[in-house]
Design a protein around this ligand. Sequence first.
Ligand SMILES: [Zn+2]
Length: 283
Amino acid sequence: MPAVSRHIVCLTFDFDTMSAFIARGLTTPMPLSRGEFGAIGARRLLGALADRRISATWFVPGFTIATYPAECEAIVAGGHEIGHHSWAHIPPAAQSRDEEEADLVRANSAIERLSGRKARGYRSPTWDLTPHTIDLLLTHGFLYDSSLMGGDFWPYRVRQGDRCALGEPYHFGAETELIEMPVDWSLDDLPHFEYLRTPRAIHPGLQPARAVMDSWLDEFLYMKKTVDWGALSYTMHPYVIGRGYRMLAFEQLIDRLMREGAVFMTMEAAAREWAERAGKPQG
Ligand SMILES: [Zn+2]
């Protein structure tokens, strides 16, 4: 009997609001107001998801839970998963191990107060991990991470103890229980769309929304063409995707994905489904 194919899409929203701007030192009224627009974007997204009965994953910093309690309660009421995204969007590489752990615990307490349960998933602000992050995530009971780029449609086990040295072959460490739900910059709305000017650089962004959504659709169609089971993740930020012309293109993408047979699920559910197929980690 042929295997039934199943093509999963995880819609993920990093609900940073002002936190990422503050963490970058951008604290004048204009950048803060860009983050503030995230609350409007979030309400639009929740409506679009509810209309289609889609459950998504929202990575919400503790800062946003404390600053926008009503919007965060609406996310929970909408049946979505709340993932961990630090307390204040400080890159973990800028923290000591103790600071990183304190941040992890503080944000998880805010998530537990909001949703009644601790986060099962973690996404690093800036998508970078420290030598301590995997240990801390395992210690604090996380099921998955979603910050690395070593795969696309097939999640994998995060390794510990990888080593690299210039001129030497790469050494792969042992797999852990932690599941990686891989991401990629090309499947993130921010680099495509956000115009960002800092004292050191200008990031142009501002790409046409439909062109980006066409590429995102092609990523799904390629998954459908090449694998029987796959889970594809898109990363979005309410203050970015929530602008009107982008919402229109994004909603059309979702509707097309539905017609193509996409199964929409939270990252936690997709990670659990993958784990059932993949079996235990290889030591
Ligand atoms: Zn973020």
